[in-house]
Design a protein around this ligand. Structure first.
Ligand code: HEM
Length: 499
């Protein structure tokens, strides 16, 4: 190599290094830029943002601290994206109800855009979501959401559920699987038109695929903020596993859709899938709201959103019952007075059972299963309270900030159904402050079904059993895990049949 070659190589390397350094400086300085008027919050580090702050910490504790420091609306950067967290009843209502036009979209991202193809509820925004939601709500109402016609189907499931528990003969058992199966069967009845035996292998497989994805999606959240992580070797963020499970669930649902299509009577839809197919014939397959992909993703969304939520809430309820014998006795007294033991409780009994209503409201508050609701997203720059939430930000309605608000609920960490009752023993209106189903246009689509389920399942359980800890000295812990829902840790208990 002569001196000229050497010099040209040196200058090439120097230029390459210089370019890389400039690019790095640009990247770092860009990631440090904090647009004007952004809600206040910690600035974090270049590129990774506030990630280290969240590592190994309870996210709810971190958010409570940040609210104390920065106020009801704060912002933090997780990776390249801004996350804006809205706290407290006043700010939540102002954003999600008063400014619903701006705050009712979902964030984009790999899972919603590539896997869910912007379909269903978690993945859609704007006109497509509005039409999907309007159709789904009115169809579910036709099939009895919030009405008596669904009651007999739910009671059939309640009977199978309590019979299965009775067979355990009061021995210690974790009721998690049975509860998930029963609640999942309610969605099967509504969408497929049939329920499954708890021993059915196909049904067990479907439930385990859903449960697996429910768990995995929580860890795959990184892909929302760092889409490139999916190219890492192996399957560190479980994306391949999620897609694999998703394909299997899709095949199961598609099988049901084809069976329905071949036996469809347009004049007499049997269930949600039939009603959708009738509408599909009117609009044509090209309409993105009524194509098979949207039907599949909507059915999957009903399972995902409608199973682990209610089932987790029932498990929190049983845990609180085990810890609070006087409350359990009081509830049983109310059921014996109003219903007796010779028939199943019915929705018609509800108005005469205010203590149950207060109990369920307190379980919804303390169970706090969706403390972060489901993320919303800014589809344009949003101006709010003199601040600017940039296009592409994730927006979190922090329901936890209301559930644990000491101004609304005295001693917020104490389980106390009486806080919702007046001196006359009737509900005192404070139950309206419990916004477990969120608020605004995205409010839970299944709220009336969930409320029916909680009433019918919990009353029937208490009518037949006394709930006791696994052993007198082993009370289940209140520790929780925070994934897509905030769930109690697994626990066993004894359901002893009442004489
Ligand atoms: C105790 C039980 C339940 C709780 C606490 C709960 C809570 C929630 C919450 C907090 C959201 C997010 C709202 C938002 O984005 O701001 C939500 C959304 C949703 N829930 Fe529920 N839910 C429950 C049961 C159910 C059931 C039984 C169904 C089934 C049919 C269901 C279907 C949905 C759907 C489809 C959405 C998305 C709505 C949309 O994006 O338009 N949920 N739920």
């Amino acid at each position: 190599m002569d001196i000229m070659d050497y010099l040209s190589l040196l200058s090439f390397n120097t230029v390459t290094v210089a370019i890389v350094v400039v690019l790095l400086i640009l990247l770092v300085s860009r990631s440090l830029q904090w647009p004007a008027n952004l809600p206040p919050g910690p600035t974090g580090y270049p590129i990774i943002g506030c990630l280290p702050m969240l590592k190994n910490r309870n996210l709810l504790d971190v958010f409570r601290e940040l609210r104390g420091k920065y106020g009801d609306v704060f912002c933090l950067k997780i990776g390249p994206k801004y996350t804006v967290v809205i706290n407290g009843s006043k700010a939540l209502k102002e954003a999600f109800v008063k400014h619903a036009d701006d705050f009712s979209d979902r964030p984009g991202g790999y899972i919603t855009e590539v896997i869910l193809k912007n379909k269903g509820f978690g993945g859609s925004s704007g006109e497509r979501w509005k039409r999907t939601r309007t159709f789904s709500l009115s169809t579910l109402r036709d099939f009895g959401f919030g009405r008596r016609s669904l009651e007999s189907r739910l009671q059939e499931e309640v009977t199978a559920y309590v019979d299965a528990i009775e067979k355990l003969n009061g021995k210690p058992h974790d009721l998690k699987d049975l509860t998930v199966q029963a609640i999942s069967n309610n969605i099967c009845s509504i969408t497929f038109g049939n329920r499954y035996e708890y021993s059915d292998e196909k049904f067990k497989r479907l439930i385990s695929l859903f449960a697996d994805n429910f768990r995995l999606v929580a860890t795959a959240g990184a892909v929302m903020n760092y889409p490139w992580v999916r190219f890492l070797p192996g399957d560190v963020f479980n994306i391949k596993q999620i897609i694999n499970n998703f394909d299997k669930i899709m095949a199961f649902v598609t099988g049901h859709i084809e069976e329905h299509r071949s036996s469809l009577d347009e004049n007499s839809p049997r269930d949600f899938i039939d009603a959708f197919l009738v509408e599909q014939q009117k609009h044509g397959m090209e309409d993105p709201v009524f194509d098979d992909m949207n039907l599949t993703v909507v059915v999957m969304a009903l399972f995902t959103a409608g199973t682990d939520t209610t089932a987790t809430m029932i498990r929190w309820a049983i845990l609180y019952l085990i810890h609070n014998k006087p409350i359990q006795d009081k509830l049983r007294q109310e059921i014996l007075t109003v219903v007796g033991t010779s028939r199943l409780p019915s929705l018609a009994d509800k108005p005469a059972m205010p203590y149950y209503e207060a109990f369920i409201t307190e379980v919804l508050r303390m169970g706090n299963i969706a403390p972060l609701a489901v993320p919303h997203g800014a589809k344009k720059d949003i101006h709010f309270r003199g601040m600017m939430i940039p296009n592409g930000s994730m927006i979190i309605p922090l329901l936890d900030s209301v559930m644990t608000d000491s101004e609304m609920f005295e001693n917020p960490y104490k389980f106390e159904p009486e806080r919702f009752l007046g001196k006359d023993g009737q509900l005192n209106g404070k139950e309206k402050n419990v916004i477990a189903f969120s608020l605004g246009r995205r409010v839970c689509l299944g709220e009336s079904l969930a409320r029916m389920e909680l009433f019918l399942f919990l009353t029937s359980l208490l009518q037949r059993f006394e709930f006791l800890p696994e052993s007198p000295d082993k009370l289940p812990s209140f520790d929780s895990t925070l994934g897509l829902v905030r769930a109690s840790k697994d626990y066993s208990c004894r359901a002893v049949k009442l004489s």
